[in-house]
Design a binder for this molecule. Structure first.
Ligand SMILES: Cc1cc2nc3c(=O)[nH]c(=O)nc-3n(C[C@H](O)[C@H](O)[C@H](O)COP(=O)(O)O)c2cc1C
Length: 202
C-alpha cells in the first residue's frame, strides 16, 4: 500500500526519535507519556469547561501522548489496568484520533497509534464549524451496550480535566453517528458513542 505524503509528514514529526512503520498496518509509536506536571486536581476541576473555539496550531506528539494516556492509558502496568474504570474491567472502549493526517486508533498497551485511514474525516464533523477547525477530534468507539455511554463519559471527563490542567480547549459533541460509523468502516457491532474536539485556544 502506497503511503501518502500527508501521512509521511505526520509520521515524519516523530520519525527522528521514534519507531515508525509506514505502509500496510502502519503505526506510530508515541512519546512516553509524561505522568507529571499540570495544575493540581482541584484547580483542574475549577477550570474544566467547554470552549468552542480552536486555533489551527497542531497538537504536538508529546501532548497528544499525554492526553491519550489521561483518557485511557495503562496506569498499572502490572495489572494491565487503565486511567478510567470499565464494567468488569472489560476495557471495551476505544479512542480514535481524527486529524489532518487521517484516522488513528490509540493502542494504549503499546503506547502507539495504529493508522486506520489516510482520509481526513474531520469535515464529517461539520454540523458546528468549530469542530472541523480543531486539530484533533477524539472519537469514543464501543459496542451498542448500556455501559458504553458511561465509559465514554469517564474518558471524556479525564480529557476535559487534562485540557483544563494544560491550557487546551475542548468540547464534547454528539454527532451524526451513522455517517461517521459508515465512513470509519468500524468492526461489526461497534459505533461512535460521542466525540471530543481538542485544540489550543484561538
Ligand atoms: C454528551 C454531551 C454532548 C454534547 N453535545 C454538544 C454539542 O453537540 N454541541 C456543543 O456545542 N456542545 C455539546 N456539549 C457540551 C455541553 O453543551 C456543555 O458541556 C454544557 O453546556 C456545559 O458547559 P461546560 O462543559 O462548560 O460545563 C455536549 C456535552 C456532553 C456531555
Amino acid at each position: 500500500m502506497k503511503t501518502s505524503a500527508k501521512v509521511f509528514l505526520f509520521l515524519g514529526i516523530l520519525s527522528a526519535v521514534h519507531n515508525v512503520q509506514a505502509g500496510e498496518g502502519s503505526f506510530q509509536v508515541l512519546p512516553e507519556p509524561q505522568i507529571y506536571g499540570g495544575k493540581p486536581l482541584m484547580e483542574a476541576l475549577r477550570d474544566r469547561q467547554t470552549v468552542r473555539s480552536f486555533s489551527s496550531k497542531p497538537i504536538e506528539p508529546q501532548v497528544l501522548s499525554n492526553m491519550l494516556w489521561a483518557a485511557f492509558g495503562v496506569n498499572r502496568r502490572d495489572e494491565g489496568k487503565r486511567t478510567a474504570p470499565t464494567a468488569l474491567n472489560k476495557q471495551n472502549i476505544d479512542v480514535y484520533v481524527l486529524s489532518s493526517s487521517g484516522v488513528w486508533r490509540y493502542d494504549a498497551v503499546n503506547n502507539r497509534l495504529i493508522l486506520l485511514s489516510q482520509t481526513d474525516l474531520r469535515p464529517l464533523l461539520n454540523s458546528q464549524d468549530f469542530a472541523t477547525k480543531a486539530p484533533v477530534t477524539l472519537l469514543y468507539v464501543a459496542g451498542n451496550d448500556i455501559v458504553s455511554g458511561m465509559h465514554a463519559g469517564s474518558l471524556y471527563q479525564n480529557v476535559g480535566l487534562f485540557c483544563a490542567s494544560f491550557g487546551l480547549n475542548n468540547v464534547v459533541r454528539r454527532m451524526d453517528k451513522d455517517k461517521l460509523t459508515k465512513a470509519l468502516n468500524l468492526p461489526e457491532g461497534k459505533e461512535v458513542i460521542v466525540s471530543q474536539s481538542v485544540g489550543y485556544p484561538d
